[in-house]
Design a protein around this ligand. Structure first.
Ligand code: ATP
Length: 445
């Protein structure tokens, strides 16, 4: 990483429109334990700016957007929109969702009108404004179509039209382009930026959640990075590049590298990577959902690469045609397992990673097993429980229930499935998916 992006301090932004002060959000796990998801969030969204919010999966980005727009209340702290306390959805703010969130039984026009219906706008005006929004977002001719007749890109246009029809002062977007194919996403991004630049929409500030570093640098004036477990804002980078931005411009590439660096600090990386002691509390460590084949594939690729054992993450993303976020899941796993380290936007293999890359299949399993037992308390715990049972078997549910003390049900299932995949590969235990039962291997493993 040779070039360094030096953020300029000239932000042509106006007064604060939306702010969060000392915001905390705690969820209850099904077992009734507290899960701190957002910790002391202080955030200002000012007039004239597009802000992108980046963070690992599960860091709390969607939760933060939902608190900001008043869909859920913070556990403590406050959100203010134009200095008024936000206690529920209010006119002036609108949201675009990743999943489009359209009603399948309503036409395009009816879906778009819905935003206004909820605000009590009379029917005639509703129709007029909905047709205007449909026209603005390039959906004319599709007014009477149903969502199932539309492509993903057209559906998301409906999602945008439904938000824009309310003339939002603040637009919040939760990964609005991530479910679209590359070209469609690029096209919609450019159109939204045109509407914004040419002031064809009254929107004065945009906050967008994204997984995509390139997209953040392409669109945003400022990029915020949220850490995981709990989510804290750990970095704010100004992107003062003229628009339209050119991805090949060295300043653009330098900005991308700066964000990669910020995303590979220990705080940004997957929380739990440092928790290696086997105690009950660290059972609650979420595992990055990477498959063994992906972890080993990455390690082999880095070991065989031009720099033998070190590589640049943006270059890997480009070469492997992955989203940065998908790559981070794999690098987080490699880091957690003690095979590699990511710093300053680079991945470097540790000696054990090099050894793994150079070993044959059987040796790899042994190395993997050793690292799992030493560094993943959940795997060691499963082994221990199986070893102490007379029949050396235990249902998956038994561990799931235990994990749900620490995290939400979905997260618990994902973490357990990851531990099972890793442990099976390492031949530490076997799993019968049909019976939902784990057991020690016949030979004791
Ligand atoms: N209603 C809820 N009850 C309990 N836990 C929840 C709830 N909503 C979210 N969580 C938990 O809060 C954490 C943050 O979730 P959130 O969806 O905000 O993350 P995210 O950064 O948006 O993730 P992604 O990028 O994968 O969409 C996760 O651990 C999730 O399981």
């Amino acid at each position: 990483m040779a070039t360094t992006f030096t953020p300029k301090t000239t932000a042509s932004v106006g007064k604060v429109i939306l702010s969060a002060r000392n915001l905390h959000k705690i969820f209850k796990t099904p077992e009734g334990n507290d899960l701190l998801v957002l910790d002391t969030i202080n955030l200002d969204l000012a007039e004239g700016e597009i802000v992108a919010l980046l963070g690992r999966s599960g860091s709390g980005k969607s939760t933060l957007l939902r608190c900001l727009i008043g869909l859920i209340s913070p556990s403590s702290g406050e959100v203010r929109y134009r200095n008024r306390l936000v206690t529920g959805p209010m006119p002036g703010m609108a949201m675009v969702f990743q999943s489009f969130a359209l009603f399948p039984w309503l036409t395009v026009l009816e879906n778009v009108e819905l935003g206004l219906e909820m605000q009590g706008v009379p029917e005639g005006e509703r129709r007029r404004r909905a047709l205007g929004a449909i026209d603005l977002i390039g959906l004319d001719g599709f007014e009477s179509a149903y969502p199932k007749e539309l492509s993903g890109g057209m559906r998301q246009r409906v999602g945008f039209a439904r938000a824009l029809v309310t003339n939002p002062d603040v637009l919040l977007m939760d990964e609005p382009f991530s479910a679209l194919d590359v070209l469609t996403a690029e096209n919609l991004r450019a159109e939204l930026l045109d509407l914004w630049e040419e002031r064809r929409i009254p929107t004065r500030a945009i906050l967008m959640v994204t997984h995509n570093i390139d997209e953040a640098v392409l669109m945003a004036d400022r990029v915020l990075i949220l850490s995981s477990n709990p989510g804290r804002i750990i970095s704010s980078q100004q992107i003062d590049l003229p628009r339209p931005r050119d991805r090949n411009d060295p300043a653009f590439l330098a900005a991308v590298e700066t964000i990669y660096r910020a995303m590979t600090t220990p705080e940004a990386a997957f929380a739990g990577a440092a928790a290696v002691e086997i105690d009950h509390a660290s059972l609650g460590m979420r595992l990055p959902e990477a498959e063994v084949a992906q972890i080993i594939g990455l390690i082999e690729r880095v070991e065989a690469g031009p720099d033998r054992g070190r590589d640049d993450l943006p270059a890997l993303v480009a070469e492997m045609q992955l989203d940065a976020d998908d790559l981070f899941v794999i690098t987080d796993a490699a880091e957690l397992l003690g095979f590699a380290q990511t710093r300053e936007g680079d991945i470097t293999l540790l000696p054990e990673g090099v050894k793994l890359a150079r070993s044959d299949i059987q040796e790899r399993k042994v190395i993997f097993a050793e690292h799992l037992m030493n560094r993943v308390p959940l795997v060691a715990h499963i082994r221990r429980v199986l070893a102490t049972r007379p029949d050396h078997r235990a249902p998956r549910e038994r561990f799931l229930t235990e994990l749900e003390d620490f995290m939400g049900a979905e997260e618990a299932a994902r973490t357990l499935d990851t531990a099972i995949e890793w442990g099976r590969y390492a031949e530490l235990f076997e799993y019968d998916a049909r019976e939902g039962r784990l057991r020690l291997p016949e030979n004791g493993g």
